[in-house]
Design a protein around this ligand. Structure first.
Ligand code: ADP
Ligand code: MG
Length: 312
């Protein structure tokens, strides 16, 4: 692994579109501690001024609350999302299924602030804040991560440079000291092991010449390094053989904790069996048309999307 990194002169992230599309930042709740009192869970948050806020997590707000979200394609003005409703709480694993072209990827990209789309109605609250008012970088900083269906390559930037840059940018925003080369090395090694990847992965340019499966693994490595309160994985299973799919699913399972949540877009029962969603949704013509538990997957496989009975 090369560690001649531009640690103190990072690439201009915000002015570099390809990096924007991959650049995500982990949560800012590093100083939270869990306390267990009888049947209630309490979270305490130590603020920057040192005061402690305590609140009962059983009454906590949803992590993500999407209300009647409408969005159009900027280029041609066509409305794709016609009123999406979705609530994701801490620790939940949601799957969105649905026919090709139903708006699943559009929904995910609108959540992270992709510039191809414009929100025309509705609201999105993330951790109690208006997500739609935040810049894409701010959404990342707030703890939203997205893996794209077709991750882009970043020529000339090696994976370790990219990861260290993104991770240190996040630490700077949090007011934490940047990690030096040796600390970075051990941090990245720990995460590589977690997701079961070879160290030579780090020396290659981001996604350049990667196979489909390697790109997907690389996305999961990014998620492991950066962390997230809500990770959105768009067809992380596409193009993966059975073994690669199992590895990727195992890696995602290791990253998941009771405190973070997952929103995955997928067609594949195999992935759903490995990641065990708590909620399964069907998107249809730019809306979430049906919601159920994992048993909905078997119904869809039997009768197809068209005739799935509403289970909401
Ligand atoms: P899904 O992920 O469910 O297959 P998408 O969200 O990718 O569906 O696409 C929904 C519809 O919006 C499709 O008809 C697609 O062609 C169109 N669409 C999405 N993004 C764009 C874009 N940037 N430019 C033009 N059409 C788009
Ligand atoms: Mg898609």
């Amino acid at each position: 692994m090369s560690l001649s990194l531009p640690l103190h002169s990072p690439l201009p992230l915000s002015s570099h579109p390809p990096i924007f599309t991959l650049f995500t930042l982990p949560p800012i709740n590093l100083r939270r501690h869990h306390h267990h009192h009888h049947h209630h869970r309490y979270l305490t948050t130590t603020t920057t001024r040192g005061s402690v806020i305590q609140y009962n997590t059983t009454q906590q707000q949803p992590l993500l609350q999407v209300n009647d979200l409408k969005a159009k394609i900027v280029e041609n003005g066509v409305e794709i999302l016609h009123g999406v409703n979705l609530t994701v709480n801490q620790g939940e694993v949601h799957a969105i299924m649905g026919k090709n072209g139903s708006g699943k990827s559009t929904f995910a990209k609108v959540l992270v602030g992709h510039p191809d789309y414009e929100v025309t109605g509705g609201s999105v609250m993330f951790k109690g804040e208006n997500l739609l008012e935040m810049e894409p970088e701010g959404r990342s900083l707030a703890g939203l991560f997205m893996s794209f269906q077709s991750p882009v390559a970043i020529p000339g930037v090696s994976n370790d440079e990219f990861l260290v840059m993104a991770y240190n940018a996040r630490r700077r925003k949090l007011g934490l000291p940047e990690l030096g080369p040796l600390e970075c090395f051990s941090y990245l090694m720990e995460k590589l092991q977690l997701v079961n990847m070879k160290p030579d992965f780090l020396n290659r340019n981001v996604n350049e010449g990667f196979s489909g499966g390697e790109r997907k693994r690389n996305e999961i490595l990014q998620l492991a390094v950066l962390g997230a309160d809500l990770a959105i994985l768009d067809e992380i299973d596409s193009g993966l053989d059975v073994d690669a799919l199992r590895d990727v699913a195992n890696a995602v399972n290791k990253i998941l904790t009771p405190k973070n949540s997952l929103l995955m877009i997928t067609h594949y029962r195999r992935l759903l069996n490995l990641l065990k969603p708590t909620h399964v949704h069907v998107m249809e013509k730019g809306k979430i048309a049906r919601t159920g538990d994992i048993s909905l997957v078997a119904v869809i496989e039997d009768v197809g999307y068209e005739t799935v009975p509403a289970l909401t």
